[in-house]
Ligand binder design. Structure first.
Ligand code: SAM
Length: 271
Protein backbone atom coordinates (compact mmCIF):
# COMPACT_ATOMS: atom_id res chain seq x y z
CA UNK A 1 0.00 0.00 0.00
CA UNK A 2 1.15 3.53 -0.71
CA UNK A 3 2.39 5.14 2.47
CA UNK A 4 2.34 8.92 2.08
CA UNK A 5 4.07 9.33 5.42
CA UNK A 6 7.18 7.41 4.48
CA UNK A 7 10.42 9.23 3.71
CA UNK A 8 11.32 9.77 0.09
CA UNK A 9 7.93 10.88 -1.24
CA UNK A 10 8.70 12.53 -4.60
CA UNK A 11 8.69 16.32 -4.30
CA UNK A 12 6.31 16.82 -7.20
CA UNK A 13 3.58 15.06 -5.25
CA UNK A 14 3.35 18.31 -3.25
CA UNK A 15 1.88 16.79 -0.07
CA UNK A 16 1.39 20.33 1.26
CA UNK A 17 -1.23 21.20 -1.38
CA UNK A 18 -4.61 19.41 -1.57
CA UNK A 19 -4.93 17.31 -4.75
CA UNK A 20 -8.39 16.37 -6.08
CA UNK A 21 -7.31 12.73 -6.66
CA UNK A 22 -6.27 12.37 -3.02
CA UNK A 23 -9.34 14.24 -1.69
CA UNK A 24 -11.54 11.90 -3.74
CA UNK A 25 -9.61 8.95 -2.31
CA UNK A 26 -10.41 10.29 1.17
CA UNK A 27 -14.13 10.63 0.36
CA UNK A 28 -14.09 6.99 -0.77
CA UNK A 29 -12.46 5.88 2.48
CA UNK A 30 -9.01 5.33 0.95
CA UNK A 31 -5.67 5.83 2.70
CA UNK A 32 -3.65 7.36 -0.14
CA UNK A 33 -3.89 10.94 1.04
CA UNK A 34 -1.93 13.47 3.09
CA UNK A 35 -3.01 15.71 6.00
CA UNK A 36 -3.52 18.67 3.63
CA UNK A 37 -5.85 16.55 1.46
CA UNK A 38 -7.79 15.32 4.48
CA UNK A 39 -8.16 18.83 5.93
CA UNK A 40 -9.45 20.18 2.60
CA UNK A 41 -11.77 17.21 2.12
CA UNK A 42 -13.17 17.70 5.64
CA UNK A 43 -13.88 21.36 4.81
CA UNK A 44 -15.70 20.32 1.64
CA UNK A 45 -17.64 17.69 3.61
CA UNK A 46 -18.55 20.27 6.26
CA UNK A 47 -20.04 22.44 3.51
CA UNK A 48 -21.69 19.53 1.71
CA UNK A 49 -21.80 16.23 3.63
CA UNK A 50 -23.13 14.51 0.50
CA UNK A 51 -19.72 14.59 -1.19
CA UNK A 52 -18.94 11.14 0.15
CA UNK A 53 -22.14 9.48 -1.08
CA UNK A 54 -21.81 11.34 -4.39
CA UNK A 55 -18.31 9.89 -4.87
CA UNK A 56 -19.65 6.40 -4.18
CA UNK A 57 -22.59 6.93 -6.54
CA UNK A 58 -20.14 8.03 -9.22
CA UNK A 59 -18.14 4.83 -8.79
CA UNK A 60 -21.36 2.85 -9.14
CA UNK A 61 -22.16 4.70 -12.35
CA UNK A 62 -18.64 4.06 -13.69
CA UNK A 63 -19.01 0.35 -13.02
CA UNK A 64 -22.38 0.08 -14.79
CA UNK A 65 -21.32 2.28 -17.69
CA UNK A 66 -18.01 0.50 -18.38
CA UNK A 67 -19.77 -2.86 -18.18
CA UNK A 68 -22.44 -1.62 -20.60
CA UNK A 69 -19.85 -0.43 -23.13
CA UNK A 70 -17.78 -3.62 -22.80
CA UNK A 71 -20.99 -5.63 -23.28
CA UNK A 72 -21.47 -3.74 -26.55
CA UNK A 73 -18.21 -5.26 -27.75
CA UNK A 74 -15.77 -2.39 -27.12
CA UNK A 75 -12.45 -3.99 -26.20
CA UNK A 76 -10.21 -0.94 -25.77
CA UNK A 77 -10.65 1.96 -23.35
CA UNK A 78 -8.94 5.31 -22.85
CA UNK A 79 -9.65 6.40 -19.26
CA UNK A 80 -8.53 9.99 -18.65
CA UNK A 81 -8.68 11.22 -15.05
CA UNK A 82 -8.09 7.73 -13.73
CA UNK A 83 -7.90 8.52 -10.02
CA UNK A 84 -6.14 6.49 -7.36
CA UNK A 85 -6.96 2.80 -7.73
CA UNK A 86 -9.96 1.71 -5.71
CA UNK A 87 -12.33 -1.23 -5.73
CA UNK A 88 -13.45 -1.88 -9.30
CA UNK A 89 -11.08 -0.05 -11.62
CA UNK A 90 -11.99 0.31 -15.29
CA UNK A 91 -9.77 -2.57 -16.46
CA UNK A 92 -11.16 -4.90 -13.79
CA UNK A 93 -14.77 -4.10 -14.73
CA UNK A 94 -14.18 -4.40 -18.47
CA UNK A 95 -11.92 -7.45 -18.30
CA UNK A 96 -14.59 -9.25 -16.27
CA UNK A 97 -16.72 -8.94 -19.44
CA UNK A 98 -13.90 -9.66 -21.89
CA UNK A 99 -10.42 -10.57 -20.57
CA UNK A 100 -8.86 -9.28 -23.81
CA UNK A 101 -9.90 -5.66 -23.09
CA UNK A 102 -7.00 -3.23 -23.19
CA UNK A 103 -7.07 -0.07 -21.04
CA UNK A 104 -4.88 3.02 -21.22
CA UNK A 105 -5.08 5.19 -18.13
CA UNK A 106 -4.12 8.87 -18.20
CA UNK A 107 -3.87 11.23 -15.23
CA UNK A 108 -1.88 14.38 -14.56
CA UNK A 109 -1.32 13.58 -10.88
CA UNK A 110 1.95 11.75 -10.16
CA UNK A 111 0.30 9.84 -7.30
CA UNK A 112 -1.71 7.91 -9.87
CA UNK A 113 1.52 6.91 -11.63
CA UNK A 114 2.85 5.73 -8.29
CA UNK A 115 0.05 3.18 -8.36
CA UNK A 116 0.88 1.99 -11.85
CA UNK A 117 1.58 -1.52 -10.67
CA UNK A 118 -1.89 -1.85 -9.14
CA UNK A 119 -3.44 -0.38 -12.28
CA UNK A 120 -1.46 -2.68 -14.53
CA UNK A 121 -2.23 -5.88 -12.71
CA UNK A 122 -5.36 -7.77 -13.54
CA UNK A 123 -6.68 -11.08 -14.57
CA UNK A 124 -7.25 -10.03 -18.18
CA UNK A 125 -4.91 -10.75 -21.06
CA UNK A 126 -5.53 -7.39 -22.75
CA UNK A 127 -3.22 -5.45 -20.48
CA UNK A 128 -3.15 -1.89 -19.15
CA UNK A 129 -0.84 1.09 -19.47
CA UNK A 130 -0.62 4.22 -17.32
CA UNK A 131 0.49 7.58 -18.76
CA UNK A 132 1.03 10.94 -17.10
CA UNK A 133 -0.53 13.62 -19.27
CA UNK A 134 -2.93 16.52 -18.97
CA UNK A 135 -6.50 16.47 -20.28
CA UNK A 136 -6.15 20.19 -21.02
CA UNK A 137 -3.72 19.18 -23.77
CA UNK A 138 -5.79 16.57 -25.63
CA UNK A 139 -3.53 16.54 -28.70
CA UNK A 140 -0.57 15.63 -26.47
CA UNK A 141 -2.63 12.90 -24.78
CA UNK A 142 -3.54 11.44 -28.18
CA UNK A 143 0.03 11.74 -29.45
CA UNK A 144 1.34 9.83 -26.43
CA UNK A 145 -1.21 7.05 -26.89
CA UNK A 146 -0.70 6.89 -30.66
CA UNK A 147 3.10 7.04 -30.60
CA UNK A 148 3.32 3.97 -28.43
CA UNK A 149 0.60 2.24 -30.47
CA UNK A 150 -1.25 1.53 -27.26
CA UNK A 151 -4.70 1.53 -28.85
CA UNK A 152 -5.94 0.73 -32.35
CA UNK A 153 -7.55 3.94 -33.56
CA UNK A 154 -9.13 2.14 -36.51
CA UNK A 155 -11.49 0.28 -34.16
CA UNK A 156 -14.05 1.68 -31.65
CA UNK A 157 -12.67 2.90 -28.34
CA UNK A 158 -14.43 3.58 -25.03
CA UNK A 159 -13.41 7.06 -23.88
CA UNK A 160 -13.90 7.45 -20.12
CA UNK A 161 -14.09 11.00 -18.75
CA UNK A 162 -15.49 10.27 -15.30
CA UNK A 163 -15.54 13.05 -12.71
CA UNK A 164 -12.69 14.91 -14.42
CA UNK A 165 -14.11 17.58 -16.74
CA UNK A 166 -15.32 19.58 -13.73
CA UNK A 167 -11.62 20.22 -12.98
CA UNK A 168 -11.36 22.20 -16.21
CA UNK A 169 -12.24 25.89 -16.13
CA UNK A 170 -14.15 27.38 -19.06
CA UNK A 171 -10.87 28.99 -20.19
CA UNK A 172 -9.40 25.47 -20.47
CA UNK A 173 -11.94 25.02 -23.29
CA UNK A 174 -13.45 21.74 -22.00
CA UNK A 175 -15.84 21.41 -24.97
CA UNK A 176 -12.98 21.77 -27.43
CA UNK A 177 -11.01 19.20 -25.41
CA UNK A 178 -13.81 16.64 -25.75
CA UNK A 179 -14.27 17.40 -29.45
CA UNK A 180 -10.54 16.94 -30.11
CA UNK A 181 -10.58 13.56 -28.39
CA UNK A 182 -13.76 12.39 -30.12
CA UNK A 183 -12.53 13.53 -33.53
CA UNK A 184 -9.63 11.08 -33.17
CA UNK A 185 -11.94 8.13 -32.48
CA UNK A 186 -13.72 6.07 -35.14
CA UNK A 187 -17.47 5.64 -35.53
CA UNK A 188 -18.90 3.25 -32.96
CA UNK A 189 -16.69 4.63 -30.19
CA UNK A 190 -18.44 5.45 -26.91
CA UNK A 191 -18.03 8.28 -24.43
CA UNK A 192 -18.63 7.57 -20.74
CA UNK A 193 -19.05 10.90 -19.00
CA UNK A 194 -19.77 12.01 -15.46
CA UNK A 195 -19.63 15.58 -14.27
CA UNK A 196 -20.29 17.45 -11.01
CA UNK A 197 -23.10 19.95 -10.77
CA UNK A 198 -24.35 22.58 -8.35
CA UNK A 199 -27.90 22.31 -9.70
CA UNK A 200 -29.26 20.93 -6.42
CA UNK A 201 -27.33 22.85 -3.77
CA UNK A 202 -27.73 26.41 -2.46
CA UNK A 203 -25.33 29.01 -3.88
CA UNK A 204 -23.76 29.52 -0.45
CA UNK A 205 -22.85 25.82 -0.23
CA UNK A 206 -21.51 25.86 -3.78
CA UNK A 207 -19.33 28.88 -2.98
CA UNK A 208 -17.89 27.23 0.15
CA UNK A 209 -16.99 24.09 -1.77
CA UNK A 210 -15.56 26.08 -4.67
CA UNK A 211 -13.46 28.02 -2.16
CA UNK A 212 -11.93 24.77 -0.86
CA UNK A 213 -10.97 23.58 -4.36
CA UNK A 214 -9.62 27.03 -5.31
CA UNK A 215 -6.81 26.30 -2.84
CA UNK A 216 -6.20 22.84 -4.33
CA UNK A 217 -4.27 21.98 -7.49
CA UNK A 218 -7.47 22.13 -9.57
CA UNK A 219 -10.69 24.11 -9.25
CA UNK A 220 -14.13 22.50 -9.07
CA UNK A 221 -16.44 23.81 -11.79
CA UNK A 222 -19.97 22.48 -11.48
CA UNK A 223 -22.01 22.62 -14.68
CA UNK A 224 -25.75 22.53 -15.26
CA UNK A 225 -27.57 19.62 -16.85
CA UNK A 226 -27.75 21.50 -20.16
CA UNK A 227 -24.05 22.33 -20.01
CA UNK A 228 -23.26 18.65 -19.38
CA UNK A 229 -25.57 17.59 -22.21
CA UNK A 230 -23.67 19.94 -24.54
CA UNK A 231 -20.59 17.70 -24.20
CA UNK A 232 -22.64 15.06 -26.04
CA UNK A 233 -23.63 17.22 -29.03
CA UNK A 234 -23.46 15.20 -32.24
CA UNK A 235 -23.44 11.86 -30.40
CA UNK A 236 -26.22 9.27 -30.02
CA UNK A 237 -26.98 9.33 -26.31
CA UNK A 238 -27.91 5.94 -24.88
CA UNK A 239 -31.04 5.64 -22.73
CA UNK A 240 -31.83 7.01 -20.21
CA UNK A 241 -29.90 10.10 -21.36
CA UNK A 242 -28.23 12.52 -18.96
CA UNK A 243 -29.31 11.62 -15.42
CA UNK A 244 -27.91 12.00 -11.95
CA UNK A 245 -25.43 9.13 -11.61
CA UNK A 246 -27.53 6.82 -9.40
CA UNK A 247 -30.39 7.01 -11.90
CA UNK A 248 -28.29 5.82 -14.85
CA UNK A 249 -29.49 2.24 -15.34
CA UNK A 250 -29.67 1.48 -11.60
CA UNK A 251 -29.41 -2.16 -10.59
CA UNK A 252 -30.97 -1.67 -7.14
CA UNK A 253 -33.84 0.59 -6.04
CA UNK A 254 -32.47 4.15 -5.97
CA UNK A 255 -32.85 6.17 -2.76
CA UNK A 256 -35.60 8.83 -2.72
CA UNK A 257 -33.07 11.66 -3.18
CA UNK A 258 -31.27 9.98 -6.10
CA UNK A 259 -32.53 12.65 -8.49
CA UNK A 260 -30.69 15.35 -6.50
CA UNK A 261 -27.21 13.81 -6.35
CA UNK A 262 -24.65 16.40 -7.49
CA UNK A 263 -23.18 14.42 -10.38
CA UNK A 264 -24.60 13.81 -13.84
CA UNK A 265 -23.70 10.80 -15.92
CA UNK A 266 -24.30 9.64 -19.47
CA UNK A 267 -23.04 7.25 -22.12
CA UNK A 268 -23.10 8.16 -25.79
CA UNK A 269 -22.05 6.58 -29.10
CA UNK A 270 -20.18 8.34 -31.87
CA UNK A 271 -22.29 7.81 -35.03
C1 SAM B 1 -12.44 12.75 -8.87
S1 SAM B 1 -11.14 11.78 -9.57
C2 SAM B 1 -12.09 10.68 -10.62
C3 SAM B 1 -11.50 9.31 -10.71
C4 SAM B 1 -12.29 8.33 -11.56
N1 SAM B 1 -12.32 8.76 -12.94
C5 SAM B 1 -13.70 8.19 -11.05
O1 SAM B 1 -14.64 8.70 -11.70
O2 SAM B 1 -13.93 7.58 -10.00
C6 SAM B 1 -10.49 12.94 -10.78
C7 SAM B 1 -9.18 12.53 -11.37
O3 SAM B 1 -8.89 13.39 -12.46
C8 SAM B 1 -7.55 13.78 -12.41
N2 SAM B 1 -7.39 15.06 -13.12
C9 SAM B 1 -7.82 16.28 -12.73
N3 SAM B 1 -7.49 17.20 -13.65
C10 SAM B 1 -6.84 16.53 -14.64
C11 SAM B 1 -6.24 16.94 -15.86
N4 SAM B 1 -6.24 18.22 -16.24
N5 SAM B 1 -5.64 16.01 -16.63
C12 SAM B 1 -5.64 14.70 -16.26
N6 SAM B 1 -6.20 14.26 -15.12
C13 SAM B 1 -6.78 15.16 -14.32
C14 SAM B 1 -7.22 13.87 -10.94
O4 SAM B 1 -5.82 13.78 -10.69
C15 SAM B 1 -8.00 12.68 -10.39
O5 SAM B 1 -7.21 11.52 -10.41
Amino acid sequence: MWDPGRPGVPADLRPDIPHPARMYDYYLGGKDNFPADRAAAEKALAANPEFRSTARANRGFLTRAVRCVADLGIDQFLDIGTGIPTAGNTHEIAQAVNPAVRVVYVDNDPIVLSHARALMSGTGSGGTTVLQADLREPAAVLAAVESEELLDFSRPIGLVLAAVLHFLRDEDKPYQVVTTLLDALPSGSHLILSHGTADFIPAAVRDRVTGVYDKATAPLVGRTRDEVRAFLDGLDVLTPGVTTVPLWRPETTPSPDADRVSMYGAVARKP
